[in-house]
Design a protein around this ligand. Structure first.
Ligand SMILES: Cc1cc2nc3c(=O)[nH]c(=O)nc-3n(C[C@H](O)[C@H](O)[C@H](O)COP(=O)(O)OP(=O)(O)OC[C@H]3O[C@@H](n4cnc5c(N)ncnc54)[C@H](O)[C@@H]3O)c2cc1C
Length: 460
């Protein structure tokens, strides 16, 4: 292989959105790369399909509009005209409590109540929780508090019921994690800052709202009309002139002089600039021989497994109208479903008039065994829950299962310390970068940022 550093291709292992973003930002500078991915398609957990005329997202379905990196990339790729927002004007989400669907009270921001009357009226929370929420306003600032679990943190502010019926279900779709293990510093850093500055989360959130510029028509989530898969397609097209894609599994990484050797079955590739954009547990395996200490740190970053099940009905078989984005099911309610989206309500352009699409979310910490069930058992469990919870007995015209084993990083208490140690140890390895959802953000914009930084820190 060419060993002239100015023309020797960078190597990227992992072709999810993190690795693809790295390839894109290298290609943008005219730099060559080789992208190695062992999935069936590029995109990692981003997989869009059309089933029974519905656009179905098997993995993520949108991204947080507040983080700029996804919009910036989409705009560069010429897809800005395809961006749509969630239909927030009709946004209401239900929570299952003792078998009843109860709307989240208006003004609730994550688990923070910002409007008194809707919170008081809501049957979702008991009087003792509401009183605790009122007294929470009187807390004094708590600077330099140690990292704690999200569960302990929310319980301290608003009580245990707020963990069970707000924090746990609201976070389950993002992390699929146990709130008593997830780190507040890493998962809800803004809340940790508010506690430090204001004491009260309610006071901090209200102060933030007062300062924030009013943005008419802005939505919390954005996505692409033709699905997030169209972002993957556009990146593939943009990188093609500069990037060679290998559909292969990287087996190990070692070093010779200032070059990294990437071992594939039957061949070895060399590069000075290596980006590993695989889940942290896979990166741990790749680096086990090169640096056991780095590998050990990486294996401390846990991952949970999740699954989405798209259930499509013919509208004429379903008398019910669901005027909601969907519902969340607290673990304590003990169902198979963790959450469900009424896709036609959340986004336009996904579901034709004559169809109903329910996107169900299952698995997550403590419920991962369901990923190993066979297809018919999973379908039956989902349909039983839909029948019990929504009274929907119709036979669907299609059911699509997407399993995502070890896909959602768990930022547990102490995560920041692990990342700091990793960064320190990586200083011994020039031009080796780690990107992906295991480190500094799990959402699509965070992953794009990690890929972009890994590409842009490479100076020849
Ligand atoms: C079900 C689900 C729903 C989600 N919903 C949202 C959402 O709505 N919004 C949002 O912002 N985020 C969401 N997320 C999170 C977000 O989608 C992911 O964190 C992000 O897409 C991860 O991208 P990645 O490139 O880091 O990793 P991945 O997508 O996991 O890609 C890693 C790639 O590396 C490859 N690979 C692994 N090992 C090797 C190897 N040894 N050799 C070669 N290739 C290898 C894999 O095949 C894979 O293609 C969701 C995640 C899941 C699982």
């Amino acid at each position: 292989m060419n060993s002239d550093p100015s023309t020797q291709p960078s190597i990227i292992i992992g072709g999810g959105i993190s690795g693809l973003s790295a390839a894109y930002y290298l290609a943008k500078r005219g730099l060559p790369s080789i992208l190695i991915d062992n999935g069936k398609k590029l995109g990692g957990v981003i997989q869009t399909d059309t089933v029974a005329d519905c656009l179905l997202e098997g993995g993520p379905d949108s991204f947080l509009a507040a983080k700029p990196e996804a919009m910036a990339l989409i705009t560069e790729l010429g897809l800005a005209g395809d961006v749509i927002g969630s239909n927030d004007h009709q946004r209401s989400t239900w929570i299952l409590k003792k078998g009843r669907m109860i709307p989240l009270p208006e003004g609730l921001m994550m688990m923070v109540p910002t409007r008194i009357w809707p919170t008081i009226k809501s049957p979702l929370l008991s009087w003792s929780t509401k009183i605790k929420m009122g007294f929470e306003l009187l807390r004094s600032p708590r600077p330099n508090a140690p990292d704690r679990s999200v569960g302990d943190f929310v319980e301290d502010h608003y009580g245990r019921e707020a963990v069970e019926y707000l924090a746990e279900p609201l976070l389950s779709g993002v992390y699929g994690g146990d709130p008593y293990k997830l780190s507040v510093e890493s998962v809800l850093p803004r809340f940790a800052e508010m506690e430090s500055t204001y004491g009260s989360l309610t006071k901090g959130t209200l102060a933030g709202l007062a300062k924030a510029p009013k943005r008419e028509g802005s939505t919390l989530f954005k996505t692409l009309k033709n699905g997030l898969g169209s972002l993957v397609d556009a990146i593939e097209k943009a990188i093609a002139p500069h990037c060679q894609t290998l559909r292969d599994e990287a087996l190990a990484v070692s070093m010779e002089g200032d070059e990294y050797l990437v071992q594939l079955a039957g061949k070895t590739l060399r590069t000075r600039h290596l980006i590993i954009a695989t889940p942290a547990w896979a990166t741990a395996k790749l680096l086990a021989g090169l640096d056991p200490a780095i590998s050990k740190l990486l294996s401390q970053i846990g991952y949970s497994s999740s699954m989405t099940v798209g259930v499509i009905y013919d509208r004429k078989d379903v008398p019910q109208k669901f005027n909601s984005f969907g519902f969340l099911i607290p673990k304590t309610e003990r169902r198979h479903l963790v959450a469900c989206t009424f896709v036609d309500q959340k986004f336009n352009h996904r579901v034709p008039e004559n169809r109903l699409l329910l996107r169900c979310f299952l698995g997550g910490a403590g419920n991962e065994a369901i990923l190993d069930w066979d297809e018919s058992a999973i379908k039956q469990a989902v349909l039983d829950d839909i029948d019990t919870l929504l009274g929907l007995k119709a036979k669907p015209i299609a059911i699509e299962i997407s399993r995502w084993p070890r896909s959602m990083a768990q930022y547990e208490v102490g995560h920041k310390k692990v990342i700091q140690e990793l960064q320190d140890r990586l200083k011994d390895y020039p031009l080796l970068f780690l990107a992906g959802n295991g480190y500094l953000g799990i959402g699509i914009p965070d992953c794009i940022r990690s890929g972009k930084e890994s590409a842009n820190r490479f100076q020849i």
